[in-house]
Design a protein. Structure first.
Lengths: 339, 290
């Protein structure tokens, strides 16, 4: 009886958790330094990016190592489409960036979903590299240095400006809003018939096909939706830095975002958020000279070993770690009996 | 384009393709036999290039001896690495393999920067290989590039012989087409895996050593080679050495002539080739195993 009531209160609590986290994040800018606000804004952008990949990897079971392509395309289109003299309007710039990412996702998805497993990983990586070369080698993308955005976009009508992204706090709230909206949309999507079909494909694609689902179409839809939201994250990162460079599309970026969702825990939307938070802070920590001294300049080494230890020890991510601890505490007797 | 230029470009394409083949053949075998996706394979190419940089002053004109010593060192490195790290990856999902080998790249890059530094280096070809000979009236072709192609061809033939004519090769082929059956037949799969992995590392490092005098030796040089080799493996078909050879040469030609005709967009050509192959044959030119 008591167990049942704590169980339901826990599930109610876990439903409220994202809302509570959103409220805390909304209040944060009033309490932290500008530097910290910038850092959290960056985390919000990467959380959105990770969330889009979670739909693909965690839900549908498609491991893509080329997700940064859509992120980068969204970012480049944002900068390329912004006029130099006057601020662009968010109203058309966001859809444009998402549309460009979606279009490339449709092309890549249609081809790469003809393959599976290791092939799929390699093909997505290769197509991301192709996009990388387009911006790296041609005049369009400005080469290695990338391109700058002269004026950040605004949201307004008839002379009134409601949201001016030159203001860092405005940007913070835009990023938070975009993240919350994406989170809500994906949560709804996962509860729909479509979302359940995607989970079914991850668990057993053969059976889904036998049940009459055209799995290719479902997977392609998931791929394209993930690409569109990655494009939205790309828009945000371009506006945040007011610059883009080809590294946004590099496979290191794809690897990092994949790492974030594993770090958080696959199969949970909040895992993507926790992972983005943890990864960014971890990287910040390893690069911080005041905390680690001379070790900071070798952050790749420390980060690399941490990742290896983490994937080896906690394959289910930080969320999984919490569950593992809880289970161990609750059932020590049965575990001993099993052994 | 006149005939001499065309010929020179053909030679370049073949030479580039053969170098790719050395890296990709190890990669495709490791995929095919152990089922491990190894992102760190490009690092072995980098390892080779840096080995050449470090060893070259010691050996002077004894370039072939240096290649041999380098290959042995790389194979030893691969053997130990498989032992202490990769053998734990076989039971894991692809996703975890991707992450752990990705982390391994970070570690390798940092180790490289600690040991050799972050500068770009050049490696001198030995004097007996550094000339060039005339091709027609205006063109000339460096001897070293011919040597590189020849060395790759020798290695490719050797590889063909090992895989198709020896007992070890028989086990490798059997492993690529049905892993579980090989295990069931009582073959020491642990040792087989270790040998194949060490061989793959040695091949990639050899390619790096041969390439070192052609290109410079620089940080992060493994990454671009790795992705091109993925393309080669996808086009050729996982686990097929013949497929890897055909695909490497195809990629070599597309890349080289892409640079001649559309310099600005040359980076894209190889990937378009892959897209076309995927439409035509999603499992690669030489489908093998599963």
């Amino acid at each position: 009886m008591q167990a049942a009531s704590t169980g339901s209160s826990r599930s109610r609590l876990s439903k409220l958790l994202p809302v509570a986290a959103g409220l805390v994040l909304a209040a944060l800018p009033w309490f932290v330094s500008p530097y910290q606000q910038d850092l959290i804004a960056k985390i919000l952008v990467y959380a959105l990016f990770a969330l889009s990949l979670e739909l693909l990897v965690g839900t549908t079971g498609l491991v893509s190592l080329g997700h940064a392509a859509f992120f980068g395309i969204g970012a480049y289109v944002t900068v390329l489409a912004s006029p130099q003299g006057a601020p662009a309007s968010i109203v058309w710039l966001v859809p444009l960036a998402m549309l460009a990412a979606t279009a490339y996702a449709l092309f890549v998805g249609a081809l790469s979903l003809r393959t599976r497993g290791v092939y799929f990983i390699m093909v997505t990586l290769a197509f991301a590299q192709m996009a990388y070369f387009v911006f790296h080698d041609t005049k369009l993308g400005g080469g290695t240095d990338g391109i700058f955005m002269y004026v950040r976009p605004v949201l307004g009508a008839g002379g009134a400006v409601w949201l001016d992204l030159e203001d860092k706090r405005h940007f913070y709230y835009l990023a938070l809003g975009a993240l919350a909206l994406t989170y809500a949309l994906l949560a709804l999507l996962l509860r729909s018939r479509f979302g359940h079909a995607l989970v079914g494909i991850r668990l057993n694609e053969q059976r889904m096909r036998a049940a009459g689902f055209r799995t290719y179409g479902y997977k392609l839809a998931a791929f394209v939706i993930a690409g569109a939201f990655a494009g939205l994250a790309g828009f945000l990162v371009a506006v945040k830095d007011a610059a883009v460079n080809p590294e946004l599309l590099s496979w290191h970026e794809s690897g990092a975002v994949l790492l974030m969702i594993i770090l958080g825990g696959l199969g949970h939307l909040r895992g993507a958020f926790i992972g983005a938070f943890a990864f960014t802070l971890l990287k910040e920590f390893f690069q911080s000279e005041s905390l680690l001294g001379p070790l900071a300049s070798h952050w790749q080494m420390t980060l690399g070993f941490t990742i290896i230890a983490f994937v080896a020890g906690l394959p289910k991510g930080l969320i999984g770690a919490g569950q593992m601890l809880r289970q161990r505490r609750r059932a020590p007797v049965r575990e001993a009996a099993d052994e | 384009m006149d005939l001499a230029t065309f010929l020179v470009q053909c030679l370049n394409a073949v030479q580039y393709g053969l170098l790719l083949f050395l890296v990709a053949s190890g990669l495709t075998l490791i995929f095919g036999i152990m089922g491990v996706i190894n992102l760190a394979h490009g690092s072995f190419y980098m390892l080779g290039a840096y080995l050449a940089f470090v060893l070259a002053p010691w050996f002077g004109q004894q370039f072939l001896l240096m290649l041999l010593i380098g290959v042995l060192l790389a194979a030893l490195f691969g053997f130990v690495l498989e032992w202490i790290f990769f053998s734990y990856l076989y039971q894991r999902e692809h996703l975890q393999q991707v992450l752990m080998t990705y982390a391994l790249i970070l570690v390798f890059e940092e180790a490289r920067s600690l040991l050799v530094g972050n500068d770009v280096h050049g490696v001198q070809a030995p004097a007996w290989l550094s000339g060039s000979f005339a091709l027609g009236d205006l063109m000339s072709y460096p001897v070293y590039r011919l040597f590189a192609s020849a060395a790759c061809i020798v290695v490719a033939i050797l590889l063909y012989w090992v895989v198709n004519r020896t007992r070890l090769g028989m086990m490798i082929r059997a492993g690529a087409s049905n892993r579980d059956m090989v295990r069931g037949l009582g073959i020491d799969i642990t040792l087989l895996y270790r040998i194949v992995f060490a061989g793959g590392v040695a091949l990639a490092a050899l390619a790096g050593m041969i390439a070192a005098p052609l290109s410079s030796v620089y940080p992060g040089m493994g990454g671009s080679v790795l992705i091109i080799c993925f393309v080669v493996v996808v086009i050729g078909g996982i686990g097929s050495i013949t497929g890897a050879l055909i695909a490497s040469l195809l990629v070599g030609f597309v890349d080289t002539f892409g640079k001649v005709f559309y310099a600005e967009y040359s980076g894209i050509g190889v990937y378009l080739l892959m897209a076309i192959i995927l439409i035509w044959r999603p499992e690669g030119l030489m489908k093998r195993g599963a």
